[in-house]
Design a protein around this ligand. Sequence first.
Ligand SMILES: Nc1ncnc2c1ncn2[C@@H]1O[C@H](COP(=O)(O)OP(=O)(O)OP(=O)(O)O)[C@@H](O)[C@H]1O
Ligand SMILES: Nc1ncnc2c1ncn2[C@@H]1O[C@H](COP(=O)(O)OP(=O)(O)OP(=O)(O)O)[C@@H](O)[C@H]1O
Ligand SMILES: [Mg+2]
Ligand SMILES: [Mg+2]
Lengths: 247, 247
Amino acid sequence: MQKGGVGKTTTAVNLGAALAELGQRILLIDLDAQGHLTLYMKPPSTIEKTIYDLLVDPETTVTDVVQEAPQMGVHYIPANVELAGAENQMINEIGRESILRDKLEAAQKRYDFIIIDCPPSLDLIVINALVAADEVLVPLQAEFLALRGMQELLITMERVKRRLNPRLELTGILPTLYKQRALHSQEVLAAVREKYGDKVYDFGITDSIRFAETPLAGQSILQYAKDSDGARSYRALAAKVLENHRL
Amino acid sequence: MQKGGVGKTTTAVNLGAALAELGQRILLIDLDAQGHLTLYMKPPSTIEKTIYDLLVDPETTVTDVVQEAPQMGVHYIPANVELAGAENQMINEIGRESILRDKLEAAQKRYDFIIIDCPPSLDLIVINALVAADEVLVPLQAEFLALRGMQELLITMERVKRRLNPRLELTGILPTLYKQRALHSQEVLAAVREKYGDKVYDFGITDSIRFAETPLAGQSILQYAKDSDGARSYRALAAKVLENHRL
Ligand SMILES: Nc1ncnc2c1ncn2[C@@H]1O[C@H](COP(=O)(O)OP(=O)(O)OP(=O)(O)O)[C@@H](O)[C@H]1O
Ligand SMILES: Nc1ncnc2c1ncn2[C@@H]1O[C@H](COP(=O)(O)OP(=O)(O)OP(=O)(O)O)[C@@H](O)[C@H]1O
Ligand SMILES: [Mg+2]
Ligand SMILES: [Mg+2]
């Protein structure tokens, strides 16, 4: 299971914004009842339908729930606390792990990339994300507990791939919140590179407090601090993701 | 809901260890299927019963699941990935929010403090913790998203207090992972002190990479780096918790 606080939401938002800068049509999906991705999008106060409705109401389509974030150049499906009740509604459905994939089918031709931001848990909602996805990008904080969390996530991905979604692949492992001068971080990162080779991006996102200010500003790092290392790293990530996608 | 990666497990372990140093009888309970608290305890490889059994099997008692961690001076109830299946088993039980409280009743006289480490989610398992508990200690990373998470947790606590557990109280808010030189951290902390006054401890745990090494070593910070600021702060927290407890 993916550890808490390792930069999943930060990566979803900034990779999405950077791909949008490169002209890609982007849909971001907030799958976390805490709605942190949604906060970055400066949502209107009167959101009626969210990812909850898409998951539990057979009649609701992506078009009914999509919102626009023009200042960031992306579309998104918002989440709020209502999502916490979704699993109970989904648990007895036939094909309950494929609900999200089926709903997203209609939207696939409208977007170049659909990026799903998951909570730090392993439940039916997250399994739906792994069944809907083609690829998984794993943000990794170079610390022992986060490394454990990643290893368990990779095991889960293997299981999902075998039983539910044969095309699921690991796109890459992105070092995040990286403390360059800490021996522990360097050791963990070296161990990860040794084990996972070229699945690990050769750049990472270094620790910079500016990221913590971006959700308050409702901006990506590309807008908030456009010449910062963080902005450059996320642009480099977008270029890499796009390049691999075209191969 | 409590944010991911804000020091919940680190605080549960180190507060528990520091209280044990002061002669208190401590039971730590791992309520996270990722089992990170359990890792610190250097568990035996052959753990058969865990918190999962305590929650779903009416016959299992605390005595059946408790393990000893003599090197840390505490007892603990371990968790592993099996816990992810507990909610489905509990959801149709009468009084499903009080299962943990009822099971812990028998153990209360054997321990001075029972500390429950929760995952970063808001589900039936965490509600069980809030119903079982007398007090909640909230680790707070002084960043915008973590502040949002804390505010939502406090709302949830109010709701649990009203409907399920009238004696639930907020013990205190502990600044964690604190980056002293970052303006954003200072601003968030100042806003928290202003709003929550003396509920906020007047010391915090500053950001130090040594904490990330402790789960690998299977030690508390008091053992791993006994004269460090981190060790001192957790000892100060234990003294404060004990002092308030005796009033
Ligand atoms: N490179 C970075 N440097 C410093 N702070 C960062 C960096 N990336 C993200 N953060 C901050 O760290 C905190 C956690 O990041 P984020 O919310 O993206 O993690 P997450 O994995 O989505 O967490 P959760 O498990 O709660 O969903 C946030 O306050 C965020 O702004
Ligand atoms: N004061 C600190 N300074 C630096 N690193 C810390 C500090 N406290 C904890 N850490 C490290 O930060 C990471 C997250 O801490 P921890 O696991 O305690 O958070 P958590 O809230 O329990 O996370 P989760 O939401 O995943 O359960 C761990 O690698 C931990 O060792
Ligand atoms: Mg997140
Ligand atoms: Mg934890």
